[in-house]
Design a protein around this ligand. Sequence first.
Ligand code: ADP
Length: 263
Amino acid sequence: SAELMLRVRAAPLATRFILILADDRTEAVRVENVRRDFVANVSHELKTPIGAVSLLAEAIDAAADDPEQVRYFTDRLVTEAGRLGKLTNELINLSRLQSADSLEKAEILELRPIVEQAVDQARVAADAKRISITLAEGSGERVYADPGLLVMGFHNLVANAINYSPEGSGIGIGIRTVDGGVEVAVTDQGIGIAPEDQGRVFERFFRVDAARSRLTGGTGLGLSIVKHVVENHGGDIRLWSQPGRGSTFTVRLPLADADEVAA
Ligand code: ADP
C-alpha cells in the first residue's frame, strides 16, 4: 500500500526489510477483516431501506380508504426504493472499479469537457440551493481515461460540495498543469471536515454525520468511488479542509503523453 511505502521509506535501511515482512503477514488478516466489515456494512445499509419499504407497503394497505395518506406513504415508498437503487448502483460501481479491466474503455481525451459534464449533471441540485459553480478554462490538458468513470468521479465531488454547503454559497473548480500531470481542485465554502475525520472520509460507508448524510440521500460510498476512479487512472486525491470554512478536494491525474498516443 501507499501508506506502507511511506513507512518503509521513512524507516532506517536495516529495519525496512523487517517492516515489509511483518506487513505481509498482517496484510492477509487485514484484508479478511476489511472484507468482513464490508459485508456487515452492506447488510446493515440494505436493512434500513428494505425494512422501510415493507412497513410502508403495510401502511399503504392499512390506509386504503384515505387517499391523502396513501399518497404520503407512496411518496415515501418511492424515496426508499430510490435509495435502494442508488445504493445498489454504487455497490456495482465499486465492484467494477475493483476489477482489473476497469480501464478497458480508456481513451485520450481532454479533461475540461469531462469536468464540465460532471458539473452539468449537478446543475439541478446546485440551482435548488442557489449555489453558483465556477469552472476554470483549463489549457486543453489531455488524459488517458475512461470518460464515464471520470465524469462519475468528478460528479461525486461536485455533488458533495453542493450537499455539504449552505444555500447561496459558491463552488470553484480549478484546472492547472503541474509537474507531469494535471490537477483539478474542487473548492466549496461548506461545513468542512474536522482534522480527525479527514483521513477517514475516503473509507467505504464512512460518514461524519450518518443521520445527516442519510437525510440528503448519501450512502457513504461516494468518496471511496472517487478514490478508486482516480487511483485506477494512476492519479491521487488529496483533501484540505477547515471546519466552518470549507473543503478542497484535489485530484491529480497523469497527462496523456506520446507513449499512450502510440499505444
Ligand atoms: P456521502 O454519501 O455520505 O456523501 P461520501 O463518501 O461522498 O458519502 O462522503 C463521506 C463523508 O465525507 C460525508 O458523509 C461527509 O460527512 C463528508 N464529506 C464529503 N464531502 C464533503 C464536503 N465537500 N464538505 C464536507 N464534508 C464532506
